[in-house]
Design a protein around this ligand. Structure first.
Ligand code: AMP
Length: 223
C-alpha cells in the first residue's frame, strides 16, 4: 500500500510521516532526503542535483523518478510506503501511476497537509537539520535536547542550504505553480484527504491518524 503526503514545503510532511511510520509500521521514503544523501556522499547523482536543490528548484522528473524507483526496488517497505515529497508535478504523478500498475500496488490515500503561507514560512525559517542522519528540528517548536546537536547521532545541526530566504521564496513559488495542481488530480481520483496542518505537531498528528485510519478501512474494503 502506498500513501502520499502532499503539501507545501514546511507543511510538516516529513515530521508527520516520521511519526506515522513508528505507529503503523509504514516506511517513509523522502525523495528530498534521498537526494541530500547523494549530495552528502558526493556521488554523480549528488553533483547533478546539487544546483537544483540549493536554488529551491525541482530536480527533473525522470531523474527523481529513477531515484525513487531505485529505492523501491530495494524492498524494505514495511506495512506500506509513505511517499514524502513525491510526486511534485503532474508528470511525476503519471509516472507513479505506471509504477503502481506495474507492481500491482494500491494507492491508499493522499494526505494533503494544508497550512497558510505564514505558518510554513515560520516553520522553514526556524528549521534545523542534521547533516549526518537527516533528522529535522525547529528552534522553538521542536528543539533538540542539547542545543545545536542532533538527538539521534550527536552531529552539529545546520540550516539547510535551501532554507535561506531566497530559496524558500523560490520553493513556495514552485510549489504553487507545479505541485498544487496535484490536489485536483487526486481529488478527481477520490483518494484525497485534507488535513489542517496549521496546529502544533501533536494536534496535526491526531488529524493525520484519523485520516489514515479512515482511508485504510476504505482501502481494505475496496480490496
Ligand atoms: P524536500 O526535502 O522534500 O523539501 O526536498 C528538497 C529538495 O529536493 C526540493 O526543493 C527539490 O529540489 C528536490 N526534490 C525533492 N523531491 C522532489 C521531487 N519529487 N521532484 C523534484 N525535486 C524534488
Amino acid at each position: 500500500m502506498i500513501w502520499i503526503f502532499l503539501g507545501a514545503p514546511g507543511a510538516g510532511k516529513g515530521t508527520q510521516a516520521e511519526r506515522l511510520q513508528g505507529d503503523f509500521g509504514f516506511v517513509q521514503i523522502s525523495t528530498g532526503e534521498l537526494l541530500r544523501e547523494a549530495m552528502r556522499a558526493g556521488t554523480e547523482l549528488g553533483k547533478t542535483v546539487q544546483g537544483y536543490v540549493t536554488r529551491g528548484e525541482l530536480v527533473p522528473d525522470d531523474l527523481v523518478a529513477a531515484v525513487l524507483q531505485e529505492r523501491l526496488a530495494q524492498g524494505n517497505t514495511g506495512n506500506g510506503v509513505i511517499l514524502d515529497g513525491f510526486p511534485r508535478t503532474v508528470r511525476q504523478a503519471e509516472i507513479l501511476e505506471e509504477i503502481l500498475q506495474k507492481h500491482c500496488w494500491q494507492l491508499c490515500g493522499v494526505l494533503y497537509l494544508e497550512a497558510s503561507e505564514e505558518v510554513v514560512q515560520e516553520r522553514l525559517g526556524g528549521r534545523r537539520n542534521c547533516p549526518q542522519c537527516g533528522a529535522n528540528y525547529h528552534v522553538v517548536t521542536m528543539p533538540p535536547k542539547v542545543d545545536g546537536r542532533c538527538d539521534r547521532c550527536g552531529a552539529e545541526l545546520v540550516i539547510r542550504p535551501d532554507d535561506t530566504p531566497d530559496a524558500i521564496r523560490n520553493r513556495l513559488e514552485v510549489y504553487h505553480r507545479q505541485t498544487e495542481p496535484l490536489v485536483a488530480f487526486y481529488q478527481q481520483r477520490g483518494v484525497l484527504e485534507r488535513v489542517d496542518a496549521s496546529g502544533d505537531v501533536d494536534e496535526v498528528y491526531r488529524s493525520v491518524k484519523e485520516a489514515v485510519s479512515r482511508r485504510w478501512r476504505q482501502c481494505l474494503a475496496d480490496g
